[in-house]
Ligand binder design. Structure first.
Ligand code: COA
Ligand code: MG
Length: 295
């Protein structure tokens, strides 16, 4: 999935608008964008929305961002939404692999109670929202087969650090957040899951947003979260490899298939060996898995 659009769970309008804007995935939010008195209403609205949206012929993946494990609200969130079978759960303030296992156990119980196939509900974690969470990044590897993606957050991390801002004057992230970004990328690749770049809150600044998407793709992120529908087509465009790149990757894979004993080959005047083949295969896998699932 290239684009994941946040939609507040207490806004019927934004949830249904989200379905139409081309996002590969919706992150239906029960956490920070829903005020405490609205949590119960949002759970019910998210459940009704999920139940209806699931049956559409073509639809994005539907994840729900629950409240963090230490809030005491997560079980109630899951009790309400799991009967409507979300494709996945987004876990905020995750501290590491142990939190994934904790959530996985909660999901397994609800899957059993609701006659849902065991293990089908995926988990994506927001993995850098506190200073201690950053030190847990190495522990995601091998935590659970449910883990589908890791992403990072600069807003909550800057609150935890007591920082004045998380961005420099030119709009790029300050060093502590660049470190969190890089470590999330490495942790996701190490865990064999999708690395997703964080949100760009200034949703009227298209040029800055574009720059951040391009930098994320350059470094290996395979998608980016959005907070506004206008950001979605830009993400989809930038995280879809251009046809020439796809053709080139297919050509590289074919060249190695045609010569299975070769460690190194020459193609169009360029030396290619194992890392080039791996990169080409990764790109093709990304193309195959780019779109959200429509059932
Ligand atoms: N999903 C779906 N629709 C959205 C949307 C979103 N995330 N954000 C805005 N829209 C809709 C608006 O409802 C509006 O619809 P309308 O034209 O039918 O009235 C249209 O897109 C244009 O919105 P705009 O006026 O540009 O923005 P806004 O001031 O209404 O909303 C935000 C700005 C930031 C409040 C809004 O984008 C939002 O709620 N984003 C998600 C916040 C969130 O979930 N945060 C948690 C993760 S960090
Ligand atoms: Mg937050």
């Amino acid at each position: 999935m290239r684009s994941q659009l946040f939609v507040p769970g207490d806004s019927e309008k934004k949830m249904s608008k989200g379905l139409e804007c081309g996002a590969d995935c919706l992150f239906i939010d029960l956490e920070d964008s829903v005020a405490a008195p609205n949590k119960e209403t949002a759970r019910r609205m998210a459940r009704e929305f999920l139940a209806a949206a699931r049956n559409r012929e073509s639809r994005p993946l539907l994840y729900v961002r629950v409240n963090a494990l230490d809030t005491g609200l997560t079980d109630r969130d899951l009790d309400e939404i799991m009967p409507a079978r979300p494709d996945g759960v987004l876990l905020p303030k995750s501290q590491g692999g142990a939190d994934v296992q904790h959530l996985a156990a909660k999901l397994a119980v609800r899957e059993a109670e609701n006659d849902i196939e065991d293990g089908v509900t995926s988990i994506c974690c927001v993995a850098t929202e506190t200073a201690s969470a950053v030190f847990g990044l190495a522990s995601y590897r091998g935590a659970s087969r449910r883990l589908s993606a890791l992403t990072w957050g600069a807003e909550d991390l800057s609150a935890d650090l007591g920082a004045e801002t998380n961005r420099l004057e030119d709009g790029t992230h300050a060093p502590p957040y660049q470190l969190a970004r890089t470590l999330t990328l490495l942790a996701a690749v190490s865990a064999g899951v999708q690395p997703l770049d964080t949100v760009y809150p200034n949703f009227r600044d298209e040029a800055g947003f574009r720059r951040e998407c391009i930098a994320a793709r350059r470094d290996g992120f395979t998608g980016k979260m959005a907070i506004h529908p206008a950001q979605v087509p830009i993400i989809n465009e930038i995280f879809t490899p251009p046809p020439a790149e796809i053709l080139r990757a297919e050509k590289i894979v074919r060249a190695f298939l045609d010569d299975p004993n070769a460690g190194v080959i020459g193609l169009d005047g360029e030396m290619l060996d194992k890392p080039h083949l791996e990169r080409a295969k990764k790109l093709l896998a990304r193309v195959a898995g780019a779109k959200g699932r429509g059932e």
